[in-house]
Design a protein around this ligand. Sequence first.
Ligand code: GLV
Ligand code: MN
Ligand code: MN
Ligand code: MN
Length: 416
Amino acid sequence: MNSHPEINGERLLARLDMFAKIGATPGGGVNRQALTPGDREARALLTRLAKARSFSVFQDDAANLFIRMEGRDGSQPPLLIGSHLDSQPSGGRFDGALGTLTAFEVLESLADAGVEPERPVEVVAWTNEEGCRFAPGCMGSRAFVEGKIPAEWADLRASDDGARFEDERLSTIDALAADSSHRRLGFPVAAYLELHIEQGPSLESEEIPIGIVTGVQGTRWLEVAFEGQTAHAGTTALQYRRDPLKALTMGLSALYAGVMPENADARFTVGRIAVAPGSVNAIPATASCTIDLRHPETAVLDRLEDDIRSGLTEAAARENVSVAIRKTVDMEPVTFSSDMVAALQAAAQKAGLPTKTMISGAFHDALFVAGCAPSAMIFVPCRDGLSHNEAEYVKPEDSVTGARMFLASVLELLPR
Ligand code: GLV
Ligand code: MN
Ligand code: MN
Ligand code: MN
């Protein structure tokens, strides 16, 4: 190694501003959902920045984007660092972008200092972490770990404009094909490290700049579809109604009263509801919703999922309608490698940074990559714990401190 690498905080903050302009919303956030033109523009910008530094750029069949800094021994599996560039429809500027741009800043700071590590270091921007436009989330990291695109994704359609996943995946790859080389899906990785905003309040409220993440809680997504009979609002007496919206609302209100109040660590969210035909003076024919359920323990998730299924089935029976419940996401809780956590603790000590160990309430690509390589995550505080919200905010100094911690961790993980 030549000189000691250092984070260029101004460069990182300027980059965050540049990427926040792509898909910027009037409320100060971003809408850069997976595989949309905005997502492609962000990938193209990162590729331009990488090429300007003479790093090599690769894409695989899941449209995951890799930026490689060569090592002295190019045959060694790379140290992989990164996050995602896609966002929620009404998302913030930092969720995903901060981790991806911090990883890129670390690559640049290694290059600036003339460091040539023994093994290659690669930045990755995973495809569709969020899962809001195409479910499930973490598609890129999932396909990477499985080494293939699951067959059932071919028929997926976007929740916003109905576009086919298959078409969007291929056009996204095509858009950067001239500026990147094709890569096989899934390759050996020495270790994976991801920085992210906490998306919760604990670091900010405890005034701790760095979270060392020891694992991720489990997530299940259900799609619930009630079907009854549409009929005249003015003429149909109670005993003749088969109202799917009534079943949905009665079923959900019992779940709101039970799931979270009775299970302190559970998270129960209904984020999307649709009713058809959606006429003011017709009983609906169908009513559907999504359910996002999270908990750190599989056994509790199993029990809560059973309770949700039976509660909604009973509500359907009471209203004489049918209900179909389909699971679209099942992410098991994950505990990260204790060696990785120890390396992060050693890095924080060397950098003189106070830390807190914690598990992640949000899911992340690291949850999947942990299935093929030792993985861990670093969290930085965000204002009021707010995320998946345009008002999401990270103080500039906290972003820079996170990047310093990330660089120290990368140096800890690279063989000398
Ligand atoms: C994804 O960002 C999630 O945790 O929901
Ligand atoms: Mn994220
Ligand atoms: Mn997110
Ligand atoms: Mn996430």
